[in-house]
Design a protein around this ligand. Structure first.
Ligand SMILES: Cc1cc2nc3c(=O)[nH]c(=O)nc-3n(C[C@H](O)[C@H](O)[C@H](O)COP(=O)(O)O)c2cc1C
Length: 165
């Protein structure tokens, strides 16, 4: 087996992978939690399933394991401030101060003005290295009217400035 490349080389290379920005939220014992995440992707359409990768040290990880529910809120271009709040562990207590927050079927927090929100029940949970790969069974979806997405690229937030042709 080959050794993996160094953490620094991997992070530097991954900077080139532009990604949509989401908040993964959950609720457990009446306590809400959430974190900014880009490691989110579609798994299958029938059944409707997506995959998220969550560091086991993140506070939201335990909530997802306990409650077996989470919501993936896809952020719009004007929501970089909320992305910053949900990725700063010093701002944990202030994360839900400004909304509008609601819920769909599972009770996981839904940011109602997100581009789209996927309300999920936890399916499989696979541990790999520092992270868990959670399969979300999408049981409800809420979308706001068409708007541009927030992207993360080369260590900063960005919007779509031009379409590839
Ligand atoms: C743009 C961006 C993307 C991130 N993506 C992920 C991710 O996909 N998975 C993950 O576990 N952490 C990710 N993080 C880190 C978490 O958002 C961050 O560690 C957060 O503070 C964890 O929540 P906690 O402080 O409540 O533990 C990302 C951070 C940023 C800024």
């Amino acid at each position: 087996m080959f050794d993996t490349v160094s953490e620094a080389d991997f992070k530097s290379a991954m900077k080139n992978l532009a990604a949509g920005v989401t908040l993964i939220t959950s609720v457990s014992n009446a306590q809400r939690g959430g974190m900014t995440a880009t490691a989110v992707c579609s798994l299958s359409a029938a059944p409707a399933q997506l995959v998220v990768c969550v560091n086991r040290q993140n506070s939201t990880h335990q909530m997802i394991v306990e409650s077996r529910k989470f919501c993936v809120n896809v952020l719009a271009a004007d929501q970089s401030e909320v992305a910053q709040r949900f990725s700063n562990h010093l701002a944990r207590a202030e994360r839900f101060e400004s909304g509008p927050w609601s819920m769909l079927k599972t009770g996981a927090p839904v940011l109602m003005d997100a581009l789209v929100a996927f309300d999920c029940e936890l399916g499989e949970a696979i541990e790999s290295g520092t992270h868990s790969i959670f399969v979300g069974r999408v049981v409800d979806v809420h979308a706001r009217e068409q708007s541009a997405p927030l992207l993360y690229y080369r260590s900063g937030y960005a919007g779509i400035s031009a379409h590839a042709g």
